[in-house]
Design a protein around this ligand. Structure first.
Ligand code: CP
Length: 304
């Protein structure tokens, strides 16, 4: 039995197979409409979500399966003090596969160690968000036609942004990727990620000025400042609008630079940018559904 805790749990070759499967699902929806007949997905979300939870549920329903679960810790027995380990033992009796989001880093890993069904990390604290990375990679592969040979800028909250950590880890395995980390000093990419890049001789730079950096990028990955991970509101208020991507800034970008964002967006991308054909953050949402369908089939070892 396999779980998905982090993007590196799948080899590059396995990811290619997963993305090929997602492509096939997108092109041949009817072929997969009953692939999960009789199967149940549990979504155990201890933290708020729109895209991840609903795309998992939509993915399982589109495969002919059914879904159950909870959307907040308050509506589960976690509110009475039940542990994640006991919860997954219970969920294992009711479902065939589980997607879990938790504010504590490592909680889905604890669940996986006690589970009788595959567990998918749907985001754990400021740590990892592997299925967002699958979404991001499929989007880039589809729209750019490759997962190598580009310069990618990550902009915003690189300290707490789990989608950033997971995507950097995933991209480290592809050839000729250059990273540009754009953040205020307080929200720099964690030192352990910098050390990993240095150890592998992968080029990266850290800058503060988005406008100065944007013209060199093939991809710009914007992120929101993660209010829920701040220790005090004052720091959040000071940093929340540090970056706002506007039409004026987009004029300095290459004509084929793509703007990605895991969403939700707060203020960091002006809505005036949404109509720019380079803004693909709502396309990402659609790819997220297909790649989660492929992931469910892969972890349940269902071949169509
Ligand atoms: N990208 C993402 O994780 O969005 P949600 O928090 O809405 O699930």
């Amino acid at each position: 039995m396999r779980h998905l805790m982090k993007p590196l749990d799948f080899s590059v070759e396995e990811l290619e197979q997963l993305f090929d499967l997602a492509d096939d699902i997108q092109k041949n929806r009817a072929k997969y409409a009953h692939a999960c007949d009789g199967k149940i997905l549990a979504t155990c979300f201890y933290e708020p979500s729109t895209r991840t939870r609903l795309s998992f549920e939509s993915a399982m329903l589109s495969l002919g399966g059914q879904v159950l679960g909870f959307a907040s810790a308050d509506s589960s027995s976690a509110a009475k003090g039940e542990s994640v380990a006991d919860t997954i033992r219970t969920v294992s009796c009711f479902a065939d596969i589980c997607a879990m989001r938790h504010p504590k880093e490592g909680a889905p890993m604890v669940a996986a160690s006690k589970s009788r069904i595959p567990v998918i990390n749907a985001g754990d604290g400021g740590h990892e968000h592997p299925t967002q990375t699958l979404t991001d990679l499929l989007t880039i592969r589809t729209l750019k036609g490759r997962l190598n040979n580009f310069t990618i800028g990550f902009c915003g909250d690189l300290k707490f942004g789990r989608t950033v950590h997971s995507l950097v880890h995933a991209l480290m395995r592809y050839d000729n990727i250059r990273f540009v980390f754009i953040s205020p000093e307080e929200l720099r990419i964690p030192s352990y990620v910098r050390e990993e890049l240095k150890d592998q001789n992968i080029p990266f730079e850290e800058v503060i000025d988005l406008e100065a950096a944007i013209g060199d990028l093939d991809l710009l990955y914007m992120t929101r400042v993660q209010r829920e991970r701040f220790f005090n509101e004052e720091d959040y208020v000071r940093l929340k609008d540090f970056y706002i991507l506007t039409k004026a800034k987009m004029k300095k970008a290459r004509p084929d630079m793509l703007v990605l964002h895991p969403l939700p967006r707060v203020n960091e991308i002006s809505v005036e940018v949404d109509d720019d054909p380079r803004a693909v953050y709502f396309d990402q949402v659609q790819y997220g559904r297909y790649v989660r369908m492929a992931l469910i089939l892969t972890l349940l070892e269902i071949q169509v």
